[in-house]
Design a protein around this ligand. Structure first.
Ligand code: ZN
Length: 293
């Protein structure tokens, strides 16, 4: 079995400090939390940005501020920026985090219902964002809330816009989407090309049970306050405590934990691009938003 890649979804767009006081929001807080989680065994960090009012933003300068803070304390970790739709619907705005040249970005290849909203990713937007991933050669994590999102990703691969091996994240247990059952996880992980890698994300109470299943099945794991605010015993969670829970389960089962460089090898990331996002020769940012399509 491959070593286990632990991803942390640190902040998200929805949680607030009122819901969980441990939520990292400012660049300083996010970087501190990354450091704690990296020490506990996490190698990959899924990053959302908040403005000074703590509301979701897709501002390239805020993303860059967060990345600079993270890289100052945990130079080795893999940063994955979110292109999620809750922070804005404009296509260019959602593509901007990818244009900053992080090692990875998120990419939801379809639409679904989430609490109180349609998470809208039209066929035209998916083609547009796939083209940005292709041009920048940033590795997308395909976010799969429904089975059809796998078919859409494979169609983009057929068109030459996504380059295999693909990496999928199965996001299960969100109200309005596929439930966090073992049957669904087995079905989805059986539905992707054999050379692909995959991660499981359980929303809410399904977070740790799905993590345990993925560890046993040879998949990888995402945890974090974006997805779940509580420990299994009902106590308020913190990102580091969730990572510690995952590493404890992995240890009991005998699954080794991947370092950031081992995670890069598993995910077929180019190690020379580890710091492309903060290399001024590659990335003279923060760049202003380009014109709309
Ligand atoms: Zn996210």
């Amino acid at each position: 079995m491959q070593k286990l890649i632990i991803t942390v979804a640190l902040t998200g767009n929805v949680p607030t400090r009122e819901l969980n006081a441990n939520l990292p929001v400012t660049p300083e807080e996010i970087a501190k939390d990354v450091s704690r989680c990296a020490n506990a065994g996490a190698s990959l960090f899924h990053v959302h940005a908040r403005d000074i009012l703590e509301k979701p933003t897709l501002s390239p300068s805020v993303f860059m501020d967060i990345v600079q803070h993270i890289k100052a304390v945990s130079a080795d970790v893999i940063v994955q920026l979110s292109t999620g739709g809750r922070a804005g619907k404009n296509w260019e705005d959602r593509a901007n985090p990818v244009k900053l040249l992080p090692e990875m970005g998120s990419f939801t290849t379809g639409s679904n219902n989430l609490p109180g909203m349609i998470y809208e990713n039209s066929p035209q937007f998916i083609d547009f964002l796939a083209t940005v991933y292709h041009q920048t050669q940033v590795k997308p994590e395909i976010e799969v809330f429904e089975t059809g999102m796998i078919s859409n990703a494979l169609f983009l691969q057929k068109k030459g816009l996504l380059i295999p091996p693909l990496h999928f994240n199965f996001v299960l247990g969100a109200p309005g989407s596929m439930s966090g059952s073992a049957r669904n996880l087995v079905f989805l992980s059986d539905s992707i090309p054999p050379e692909s890698t995959w991660t499981a994300t359980g929303i809410g109470k399904t977070e740790i049970p799905l993590a345990a299943m993925a560890i046993a099945m040879g998949g990888h794991v995402r945890v974090g306050l974006e997805d779940n605010l509580f420990m299994p015993d009902g106590q308020p969670a913190s990102n580091a405590r969730l990572v510690e829970k995952v590493t404890a389960i992995a240890r009991e089962i005998g699954r080794e934990i991947a370092s950031p460089d081992e995670a890069r090898a598993i995910l077929s990331l180019n190690p020379a691009w580890k710091n492309r996002i903060i290399d001024p020769r590659e990335n003279p940012i923060p760049s202003p938003a380009p014109s709309s399509p």
